[in-house]
Design a protein around this ligand. Structure first.
Ligand code: PEP
Ligand code: MG
Length: 586
């Protein structure tokens, strides 16, 4: 049994499908002179097949998901067709008598050395794309790697070192029942994918690929973080029972899609969804969300090779709004920087990117770009058929009163300019994301300038606890149920209520039963989360009365440590909703 980080709750027993680090066992044999031509031909065939794969993937993702998400495959085609790349591989085969997989390994090593020396973080990260193309190529050269997951019968548990962007998108269409990765934390690609689709997942299990091979039976307990390879029959049947309970529970929960989101004593609760693209918006509708509480616009920019202009942004926002429940979408302006950079904005390396030039700070430095986004958002409040949509705009990482005054003035200027152009201009409520402790301390003065507040607890927790949310080494500190975090949340929610300003919470904790009960106790009634968590949280709400939640909160606030709060809350969830225990985790 191995223990990793529990990133997406639930239990599954399935057959392993390993995505190996590319060259686990590269063939190093030297080619005989007379097989060089055949090897070049073999490489050429692999290249043609890879090109066909990429083209098909591009088409499929563009039609099923969207043009922006498909752009990554276009970038991969460009790498594949790059003459310098091909020349390097051919030279290794011809001059060094290397088999094609070994030649690719050398070329990858060369690119790795080149990319890691690059100053530009965005360019450095493009190494992922080169690796991705090389993996695909070697998949067509090596029978082990090219095994089609379809040949493995039963539910598949994906075991990977890390998941690459293109694998994440392509696997989205396939039945993946569980995910285990060697690296990554709660916010890695794999974790976000798994959570948004309700797939049990564990990350941070070093060396798991050395102990598991294709077709092995693997148990993934995404609630406790345990992974078991080839369990004995007793263990396997115990976990199969848990899996049946998990599947049954998901079905039961999915059935509550049309039930009202109310507490056991009839108080309405607003359950909204966090989304990155149109596909997520559809998932939100399918899960019974009341609307979109957080649309992260940076994914539109990250998947676009150049700046999307106003009309392109408008079209993208309208498509999202149209797919969203009640045409209700809270659009967050660009939240780039930190770990997300794009080349066209220019970005120097910084010692502390999360504390540096990110998010709203970066947007202010590009007023023209920022204004274009605000214009597209304000215009998107009017649907193409002339009807009005429920669009709100919110600004990330607000730290000071000056900042929120400045964005408010920008929105007003945009509205005036649009009216002057004879556009119909609708009112778009303006909100701030409460993510910085300084803003929590001075929330009362900030509230005078905004229409609503959305608590971004992922960032708020990392800044309050001075613990990077992506670093597994400090994950014991980055805990939303720690007593100081609970105190700050309670005081922010109370301040919003006193000022009669709507407040919602859109961090990951909104989808965790323990946190949800405590937040209800604090008086919060609006939550935004990954769509897959909505049925679960609705069920928790339906088991809970307000006085119950207030009592639980009072009990939790008396505790002095995070582990004491977690133990206490695990007991409370078992008492309040024993049926949901399997989906409860810290
Ligand atoms: C947050 O910080 O809680 C949040 C919702 O924003 P993101 O996760 O995109 O930083
Ligand atoms: Mg944030």
């Amino acid at each position: 049994m191995r223990k990793g980080i529990a990133v997406s709750p639930g239990v599954v027993v399935g057959k392993a499908y390993c995505i190996h680090d590319i060259f686990v066992n590269p063939k190093t044999r030297r080619l005989a002179e007379d097989s060089i031509f055949a090897e070049l031909r073999r490489y050429e065939i692999a290249r043609e097949r890879t090109a066909a794969d990429l083209h098909a993937l591009h088409q499929k993702v563009a039609s099923q998901v969207g043009a922006e998400q498909a752009a990554v495959f276009h970038a991969h085609e460009t790498i594949l067709h790059d003459p310098a790349f091909t020349a390097k591989v051919r030279a290794r085969i011809v001059d060094h008598h290397e088999a094609a997989p070994a030649a690719l390994e050398h070329v990858l090593a060369e690119y790795t050395a080149l990319f890691t020396r690059m100053e530009d973080e965005y360019l450095r990260e493009r190494l992922v794309d080169v690796r991705d193309v090389i993996i695909r190529l070697s998949g067509h050269l090596s029978p082990v790697l090219s095994q089609d997951p379809e040949t493995i019968s039963g539910p598949i548990v994906l075991v990977a070192s890390e998941l690459l962007p293109s694998q994440v998108v392509a696997l989205g269409q396939r039945e993946v029942a569980g995910i285990v990765t060697q690296s990554g934390g709660q916010t890695s690609h794999a974790a976000i994918l798994a959570r948004s689709r309700g797939i049990p997942a564990v990350s941070g299990v070093p060396g798991i690929l050395r102990t598991v091979k294709n077709g092995d039976t693997v148990v993934v307990d995404g609630s406790s973080g345990h992974v078991i390879v080839n369990p004995d029959s007793e263990t396997e049947s115990a976990y199969r029972k848990l899996q049946r309970e998990f599947v049954h529970l998901k079905d039961v929960l999915a059935e509550n899609r049309d039930l009202p989101a109310v507490t056991a004593d009839g108080v309405p609760i607003e359950l909204l969804a966090n989304i990155n693209n149109v596909e997520d918006a559809r998932a939100a509708a399918a899960m019974g969300a009341a609307g979109i509480g957080l649309f992260r616009t940076e994914y539109l920019f990250l998947t676009h090779s150049s700046v999307p202009d106003e009309e392109e942004q408008l079209a993208a926002y309208r498509a999202i709004i149209e797919a969203s429940p009640h045409n209700r979408v809270c659009i967050r302006t660009l939240d780039l920087g930190g770990d997300k950079t794009i080349p066209y904005l220019g970005h120097d390396r910084e010692a502390n990117p999360f504390m540096g030039w990110r998010s709203i700070r970066l947007s202010f430095e590009h007023p023209q770009f920022f204004t274009t986004q605000i214009r597209a958002i304000v215009r998107s409040a009017r649907n193409t058929d002339g009807s009005q949509a429920d669009v709100r705009i919110m600004f990330p990482m607000i730290t000071t009163l000056e900042e929120i005054r400045r964005v408010r003035a920008m929105v007003h200027r945009v509205r005036r300019a649009l009216s002057a152009e004879r556009e119909v201009v609708d009112s778009v409520p303006i909100g701030l994301m409460l993510e910085v402790p300084a803003a929590a301390v001075s929330i009362e003065s900030l509230l005078d300038v905004v229409d609503f507040v959305s608590i971004g607890s992922n960032d708020l927790v990392q800044y309050l606890m001075a613990a990077d949310r992506d670093n597994p080494k400090v994950s014991h500190l980055c805990q939303p149920l720690s007593p100081p975090v609970l105190k700050v949340l309670a005081s922010v929610i109370a301040a919003c209520h006193r000022a009669r300003k709507p407040v919602t919470l859109c961090g990951e904790m909104a989808g965790h039963p323990r946190a949800f009960v405590l937040l209800i106790g604090m008086g919060l009634r609006s939550f935004s989360m990954s769509p897959a968590f909505i049925p679960l949280i609705k069920d928790v709400a339906r088991h809970l009365t307000i006085p119950d939640a207030e009592d639980v909160l009072a009990g939790a606030l008396r505790l002095k440590t995070t582990s004491a709060v977690n133990r206490f809350m695990a007991d409370q969830i078992s008492r309040l909703a024993p049926n949901l225990r399997i989906l409860d985790s810290a």
